[in-house]
Design a protein around this ligand. Structure first.
Ligand SMILES: Cc1cc2nc3c(=O)[nH]c(=O)nc-3n(C[C@H](O)[C@H](O)[C@H](O)COP(=O)(O)OP(=O)(O)OC[C@H]3O[C@@H](n4cnc5c(N)ncnc54)[C@H](O)[C@@H]3O)c2cc1C
Length: 498
């Protein structure tokens, strides 16, 4: 391996001596007054040095096997270390079309970076995520790749939902020469990348740019269209009009607490709160009103990524005091530790081992107080985490102007029940063949959170890769490009994709 001058080979030992290259960040005092990203990104010289820290481990490389997309990280980092950012981006694109997203939002510390061998040698793991987002941004800002769809196959695909799963399949199938239409319920495409994950984690211009890249391949986004709603096309309509259909509808149904006062004005669902605080009024669906947050006391309930995103959004929107209530301790919190660290730097108060038991209205009918109860940890539950247990007579009041419930999400059972013959699992997840993403209905695939339950961008994309592969094969079978094998027949004798 040569160093950034391209002159001198550097060995494994030398590479271990290179310290992690820091990425410039907005200071906490500055960043709470804007929705810009915390990390400001590497420059070209520094990213090369950081990539040189990669030890180019022999197969099987732990970073690759812990990436849900199985990105060839060592190859991409090798190209970065040579200063060839375009080739590095091509290496990531062998498996992932959304490097600009994954580099920013994947919890790398428990995936690729968590298994980086540099970390096992006592160094800080290679900053893989920051390198990946640098590469994607660099290529975009320098003209992008010359992506050209293959010759048209004459086959058509409808995708329902434009989150990362839908976008990934749309780009892959458009490149293979299929005609792709994406139906989206929100006014703009992007799913949670646009209408969920805040700008301080994933800047909106990066999302807009990737949508434009996909549109340039001929993909049509048909927004403000909720499939299966009255007056809108149904899944069966799509199956009649297109050769293949993908359901990538996410898991957008918020969990509720089922406690008194939960429906009071001033008690928000997390996505509604994030959408209204993060996006311009012009991008909001009809009926969304901007909450007045400036100078208000905000309490967010829930310990996951969504909770972190809500408290940090409230702070940036000018709340006078922001508190997060979680019923276990910090050790059991499911959300990303880095985001929690940022939130603390930004002045968020955490109340661990607390649980709301009712929301109480003030004279104006809006929520004014939350009655909370203190908890302690009991025996482990089925998730292996210690169960929160009530402490009797520990109730206390918290004055509040806005409460936000960030308690998790479920797949949309109502939607899937409307699709005849579509099998689902225990919590409403769509049942698919794990290798192909095929549902129980012919010509109908599913991917993303709708299949996995609420999870991660990278796991949504991994399932989308499998579905895209299978859909492409199916469409080519329809066009007689492949001979249909016995094993590619489903029990009804219809050709299916292997
Ligand atoms: C606040 C928040 C923060 C998160 N932060 C992170 C993070 O930092 N890192 C990470 O890896 N993951 C994060 N996640 C999880 C990640 O966003 C999801 O796992 C991922 O977006 C799932 O992708 P998807 O394509 O399956 O679904 P989604 O992104 O949810 O997209 C589904 C789309 O389908 C549309 N849709 C639904 N029903 C219909 C219908 N009937 N007709 C038409 N369109 C429909 C929806 O409007 C939506 O746009 C976060 C999630 C939330 C809520």
């Amino acid at each position: 391996m040569t160093n950034l001058t391209g002159m001198r080979p550097i060995d494994r030992k030398e590479r271990l001596q290179i310290p992690r290259q820091p990425v410039p960040k907005q200071a906490p005092g500055d960043r709470i007054s804007n929705f810009g990203e915390v990390y400001q990104g590497y420059d070209a010289e520094t990213v090369i040095i950081e990539a040189e820290r990669c030890l180019q481990c022999p197969d099987p490389q732990p970073c690759m096997s812990t990436c849900p997309m199985e990105n060839n990280i060592p190859l991409a980092l090798w190209h970065v270390s040579q200063g060839d950012f375009f080739e590095a981006y091509r290496s990531f694109r062998q498996t992932s079309t959304l490097s600009e997203v994954c580099g920013r939002v994947c919890p790398q510390e428990r995936l690729c970076q968590g298994s980086c061998v540099v970390g096992a040698h006592g160094g800080e793991p290679v900053f893989i995520g920051k390198i990946e987002s640098f590469v994607a941004d660099y290529v975009r800002l320098h003209g992008g790749l010359d992506l050209k769809p293959e010759t048209s196959t004459g086959r058509s695909v409808a995708i329902v939902g434009s989150g990362p799963a839908g976008l990934h399949v749309a780009e892959l199938l458009a490149l293979r020469g299929h005609s792709v239409d994406v139906y989206e319920a929100w006014p703009k495409p992007g799913g949670l990348l646009y209408y969920g994950i805040p700008g301080f984690k994933l800047e909106k211009p990066a999302v807009v740019a990737l949508i434009e890249r996909i549109e340039a391949l001929g993909v049509r986004f048909i927004c403000n269209t909720r499939i299966n709603d009255p007056g809108q096309p149904s899944v069966d309509d799509l199956l009649n009009r297109y050769d293949a259909v993908l359901l990538a509808i996410g898991a957008g149904i918020p969990s509720v607490m089922r406690i008194e006062g939960e429906d009071l004005p001033g008690v928000w669902k997390s996505i509604d709160f994030l959408v209204t605080t993060n996006l311009p009024e012009t991008d909001l669906p009809a009926g969304f009103n901007l909450p007045q947050i400036k100078g208000k006391r905000v309490v967010v309930v829930g310990g996951g990524d969504t909770g972190s995103d809500c408290v940090r959004s409230a702070k940036r929107a000018g709340a006078s005091h922001v508190m997060l209530s979680y019923r276990r301790t910090e050790a059991e919190m499911p959300g990303r530790a880095e985001d929690r660290g940022f939130a603390k730097e930004e002045g968020i108060d955490y109340e661990f081992l607390t649980q709301p038991i009712r929301f109480i209205a003030g004279d104006n009918g809006r929520v004014a107080q939350i009655e909370m109860r203190r908890m302690k940890l009991g025996e482990p539950d089925s998730s292996g985490r210690r169960r929160p247990v009530d402490i009797p007579n520990s109730e206390f009041m918290v004055p509040v102007d806005i409460a936000v419930l960030a308690l998790g999400f479920w797949p949309d059972e109502k939607f899937v029940k409307q699709v005849e013959g579509l099998n689902t699992k225990r919590w409403g997840e769509i049942e698919v063949d794990p290798d192909t993403g095929m549902t129980s209905r012919t010509a109908l695939w599913a991917a993303g959170d709708a299949v996995n339950g609420a999870d991660l961008v990278a796991t949504a994309m991994a399932s989308a890769s499998r579905a895209a592969e299978s859909m492409d094969r199916y469409l080519r079978i329809l066009s007689n490009e492949y001979k249909i094998l016995e094993s590619e027949m489903n029990p009804t004798g219809v050709a299916v994709a292997a």
